[in-house]
Ligand binder design. Structure first.
Ligand code: SF4
Length: 313
């Protein structure tokens, strides 16, 4: 996953996984002289009573670990907070917006810092959940890469331009909680206000039920998925560049821009569901955009980001 001299952006949410990841990476980097340059990168989705509090925890850890911290917000990048998005779309599809925007926000943040890789705190439970979700959705292409410990260098096959790695891929959530507890690390443990209705939440409940019957279920699911071979004709579409914002995309207009367009036009469901419907609309629509904010994904370049972001060095 890492080579000496690499710049690594650690996705820091203030939760137990990313807190333990930052702590362990700093510890090992110093103890074994790995020669990595570590950065904390946080995304503020704009969820009152959740992310604002968890970012306070990230700031405390930034002081304790003495790592540089960059915070980028959805509001600054896209002109919308998750609170305002939920007011428009309700609580059913909110995580679709949040996931797409977070992926792009992390990409932009890591690219602006010149990082070679983004390390995330995804643990074994998260990976097993993702495998289950892709199975339940019949998404063979995503299933193929769900267990990858690192996305390929260069343009990742998930449409991101900075590779992602998951050092805790085989680490149980319980182990991480116990490590954080016994090391007395500071972390934020409240669940997202908008989480209960997410599709992942149902997969998680199912997984916990399975685990109570057979404790090895989580690693069994990961190992099974690693052994699965997906037909070679299940291909991902070729990657290009979004004509609106310049992000890597398999479509002319990337998912984040389609979702944003829907929000700005008062049609929040536009980018949810069938992409062909949104594509048709965007091709035939000539209505001027009602920008929610002047500074949107389309107009924010990576080089502008560091000067706008909240930085603590
Ligand atoms: Fe975003 Fe959904 Fe996660 Fe909340 S639960 S942070 S809305 S993806």
């Amino acid at each position: 996953m890492f080579r000496p001299g690499m710049k690594v952006a650690i996705g820091a949410s203030g939760g137990k996984d990313s807190t333990v990841l930052a702590y362990v990476m700093k510890l090992l980097n110093e103890q074994y002289d790995y020669g990595l340059q570590l950065f904390l990168l946080s995304i503020d989705e704009g969820i009152t009573g959740y992310r604002d509090d968890s970012l306070d925890t990230v700031r405390v850890n930034q002081q304790e670990y003495a790592l540089p911290l960059t915070i980028l917000s959805y509001e600054q990048l896209f002109g919308w907070t998750m609170d305002s998005i939920v007011r428009e779309v309700g609580r059913k599809n909110n995580c679709t917006f949040c996931g797409v925007f977070r992926r792009q926000a992390l990409d932009k943040g890591a690219a602006s810092l010149g990082c070679d890789v983004i390390a995330t705190g995804h643990n074994a439970d998260d990976v097993a959940e993702t495998v289950l979700m892709n199975l339940l959705r019949g998404d063979a292409a995503r299933l193929k890469r769900a267990t990858a410990i690192i996305t390929s260098s260069g343009i990742g096959d998930d449409g991101s331009c900075v590779p992602r790695c998951k050092p805790f891929k085989y680490t149980y959530e319980k182990e991480i909680v116990m490590y954080a507890y016994f090391k007395r690390l500071h972390y934020f443990s409240t669940e997202c206000t908008y989480a209960p209705h997410s599709y992942r939440g149902f997969a998680r409940t199912f997984l916990k039920d399975l685990e109570s019957i057979k404790p090895s279920s989580i690693l069994d699911i990961i190992h099974s998925a690693e052994q699965m071979t997906v037909k070679t004709d299940v291909k991902l579409p070729p990657q290009g560049v979004c004509t609106r914002c310049g992000s890597i995309s398999s479509q002319d207009i990337c998912k984040a821009c389609v979702l944003l367009e829907g929000l700005n036009r008062g049609l929040p469901k536009l980018g949810v569901g069938k992409s062909s419907r949104a594509k048709k609309f965007l091709q035939h629509s000539s209505l001027p955009l009602q920008q929610n904010n002047q500074q949107t994904a389309s107009s924010t370049s990576s080089s502008d980001l560091l000067s706008q972001s909240s930085e603590l060095w």
